[in-house]
Design a binder for this molecule. Sequence first.
Ligand SMILES: [Ca+2]
Length: 203
Amino acid sequence: MVKSGVCPAEYSASASLSIDPIYLLNLGPDSTICFSTGHQWSTTLPDTFASILWSTGATDTAITVKHAGILTLNVSTKYGCKAQDEVVFEEYCVPNEICFPDVITPNNDGINDVFMPCFDNFIKITDDNYKGVVDHIEFISFEIFNRWGVLLFASENTLPQWDGDKGSSSSPDGTYYWIVNYRDQIKHENHQQTGYLTVMGKN
Ligand SMILES: [Ca+2]
């Protein structure tokens, strides 16, 4: 945030006797906002300024920001006092937690045969659109282990999925443990989800 205020010297005496709104000018701290999901930032200035000019070209007291970028504000009062403030908006969306099933029944009846991310908004998630599972994902890995901690199958940067047969050997009914790691592409933060999976009706 950058802030500056300038008043002509001849008005400094009167300005010291009352709080001029110019000194209250503060757009607040720089922010990270998930604009892509419809979030906005807005503010309304007091109506005591003689002139208002936002970097968008707008001159209204109220403004709404819908995109990342730098917003600059220049104001002046009727006494000629001028001030400027600036706030930086960065696009950032916290990744959603991915939904995974607890149980699969890999008997080829088309129902819950494969461990994979749950259906999202009634759209089946595929290799082509797995990145839609998590906002702004740049990396994803998947590992599944048996009860003795033996790695049965692993994948990277493809849709996490496992049907009990994929990997080193066919896996019987029982309980398995999975780990999914993923990283968001804006803050490059790593996220991990883990869980137990029950395989039923396979044999
Ligand atoms: Ca099934």
